[in-house]
Design a protein around this ligand. Structure first.
Ligand code: ATP
Ligand code: MG
Length: 596
């Protein structure tokens, strides 16, 4: 492609709308343009990158025997009503764009495709003899994200590869799942990414296991915990650990003590000369279920630890039926503002005990009249602990479960953190890193097939629900993650596997006939040799062209400058900035070698 003929506009200044380096660079280098919140146009250079990534994904997926197809983006509401997700996705969570067609039928724009594929499987799969099956597609997804941000990282319209597999048994599912794990690693390796596979929370989707693939980058939205020996890595949402040991309490008598203005763990520990591991702190949450019921949740956890809200949400989902609901639609710390809606009288915040009276809750049809009391495992074995006295400016010390406070239901809600010991090998200490989630593979089980009655007949003639897996990969997010991981102060540094072009031939001065003709002939011979090449034949200053070449990040730059007088051109490696003089006649061979 000749740059003189290409619609290519670069920006000198950082666009105000962008925070992340990768977002700024893709905008500045003319890869993408924003047309609305979370909506980006992929300009020709970007589209080439996305095609390259898609080609790698296709090759690796096809190599496993998975079959490419294309499902509909418009999805009838009935399918989602069958799976039970319509109301949650369109109303409660509101992630799904929904509309009504001219015949007054409700349809949604696909945020994901479990329902559609399960409906197809239900109609086409009859017998175990047809199994296993694995279908995938590469397609635009729509999600009405609450906070679209960071360019392609969290868009409202984005490209995803999603695959769905169907099996007659859990063991067959596991085979495909591990095969996908290997295929994903290959794809990310081929794209030149530094990544980590981590154990992930399967949350409301259910199923027996899931794994995320994280591109390592400071700007990532996800926290990862891992051990030095790499034997354990997990998303912090899912991670488990052994918290530091408890320091034994020096209180031996249960009593109420005056602790004025000591409503935080730090201040009460200072005042009472005790360690945070001896304190039982209460964190108050408010959960709203899909049937509109609000429940106040009092979580007791050790003073030095924090609640993992994903684990809490999972526990609360399990308990939903106790309150007549099915799903959690909102979970938040019950702050002062939310307390105005349900508190009968002012709560002794900072001094709450595990036994806080239910009379604090106002009587209302939509609010459960009792606190749901949960204790994290970290407090179960504590003895002679310190906790609130349910009265401002007072604590109790020397407290014990059973004798002084009933022990609430014990669950695991502890948020693992860096410095904790690993569960499988306590000699390993957890470390932290940040990542960008580019892929997520799930063992779904029979959640959708059961709900939608997608069954098959096994060898014994029994009718059973299909066992399912699903495998997502964010193609457009991956493209930007690659830039986030590989750039410098001058611009993008593409890996040659996913770069929009391999080579840019820069003619410093198009007014110089010799320079132009060498540039032209290299452009033609490189193209003929199958090298993807851009020719910078624009009537611009050399400085501008060099800056643009660095910005756009093409792996090799060929400069038809002064050296042509000696029959040579300069070839610059974008990543290392190393420049080499190469005979004009050897350029094709040199670059073919470099690109091989
Ligand atoms: P996240 O936790 O980041 O919201 P998710 O768990 O909702 O993502 P999945 O439903 O597992 O994502 O989707 C599969 C993949 O699609 C993700 O791993 C991610 O790479 C990509 N993806 C998800 N949401 C977006 C988005 N809004 N913009 C771009 N890519 C996305
Ligand atoms: Mg995910």
């Amino acid at each position: 492609m000749r740059l003189s003929q290409m619609l290519w506009v670069t920006l000198r200044e950082d666009p105000a709308e962008a925070e992340l380096p990768s977002h700024k660079l893709l905008l500045r280098a003319g890869y993408i343009r924003r047309v609305g919140s979370g909506l980006y146009v992929y300009l020709p250079l970007m589209w080439r990158v996305l095609q390259k990534i898609s080609a790698i994904v296709r090759e690796e997926m096809n190599a496993t025997g998975a079959q490419e197809c294309l499902l509909t983006q418009l999805q009838p509401a009935e399918l989602w009503q069958e799976s039970g997700r319509w109301d949650t996705y369109t109303k409660a969570e509101g992630i799904m764009f929904a509309l009504t067609d001219r015949a007054n039928r409700e349809v949604g724009l696909g945020p994901t495709h479990e329902e559609v594929i399960t409906a197809i499987a239900r109609e086409t799969i009859r017998s175990y003899r047809q199994l296993p099956q694995h279908l995938y597609q590469i397609q635009t997804k729509f999600r009405d994200e609450i906070r679209p941000r960071f360019g392609l990282m969290r868009g409202r319209e984005f490209i995803m590869k999603d695959g769905y597999s169907f099996h007659s048994s859990e063991s067959s599912l596991k085979e495909t799942y591990y095969e996908m794990d290997r295929a994903y690693r290959k794809m990310f390796d081929r794209c030149g990414l530094k990544f980590r596979a981590v154990e992930a929370d399967s949350g409301a989707i259910g199923g027996s296991g899931s794994q995320e693939f994280m591109v390592l980058a400071e700007a990532g939205e996800d926290d990862i915990l891992f051990t030095e020996d790499s034997s354990y890595a997990a998303n912090v949402e899912k991670a488990v650990s052994i918290p530091p040991d408890t320091i034994p309490s020096h209180f031996d008598k249960f009593e109420k003590v005056h602790t004025p203005k000591a409503g935080t763990i730090e201040s009460v520990c200072k005042m009472l000369k005790c360690d945070p591991t001896q304190v039982v702190k209460q964190v108050l949450y408010q959960v709203v279920y899909d049937n509109g019921t609000t429940v106040l949740v009092l979580v007791s956890i050790r003073g030095d630890r924090d609640v993992n809200e994903v684990k809490l949400q999972n526990e609360l989902t399990k308990l939903a039926s106790n309150y007549g609901g099915k799903a959690v639609i909102n979970l938040q710390v019950a702050d002062a503002e939310s307390q105005q809606k349900w508190a009968h009288s002012k709560l002794p915040l900072g001094y709450i005990s595990p036994r806080l009276e239910d009379t604090y809750i106002d009587k209302s049809a939509s609010i459960s009249p009792k606190f749901l009391r949960l204790a994290d495992r970290t407090v179960e074995a504590l003895q002679n602990f310190v906790t609130g006295a349910d009265e401002a400016d007072y604590h109790v010390v020397g407290a014990n479960w059973a004798k002084d406070f009933p022990l609430p239901t014990v669950v695991n809600l502890d948020k693992a953190k860096a410095g904790d010991r690993a569960v499988h090998d306590p000699s390993q200490i957890l470390q932290t890193a940040r990542g960008i989630e580019v892929g997520h593979i799930f063992q779904l089980g029979t959640k959708y097939s059961q709900a939608m009655k997608a069954t098959f007949t096994n060898e014994q003639g029994e009718e059973l629900p299909l066992v399912m897996g699903c495998y997502g990969l964010g193609v457009s997010r991956l493209a930007q993650a690659a830039v986030e991981q590989s750039h410098d102060k001058d611009g993008i540094i593409w890996n040659k596997a996913i770069a929009p072009y391999h080579v840019i031939v820069t003619v410093p001065n198009v007014g110089d006939a010799k320079q132009r003709s060498v540039g032209e002939s290299l452009y033609i011979s490189l193209s003929a040799a199958g090298v993807e090449v851009l020719l910078d034949d624009r009537d611009e200053r050399a400085g501008v062209k060099f800056k643009d070449a660095d910005l756009v990040g093409i792996p090799y730059r060929v400069v038809t400058g002064k050296a042509i007088a000696d029959g040579k051109v300069e070839i610059v490696n974008r990543a290392t900035k190393a420049a080499t003089l190469v005979e004009i006649g050897s350029v094709v061979e040199y670059l073919k070698n470099e690109l091989a």
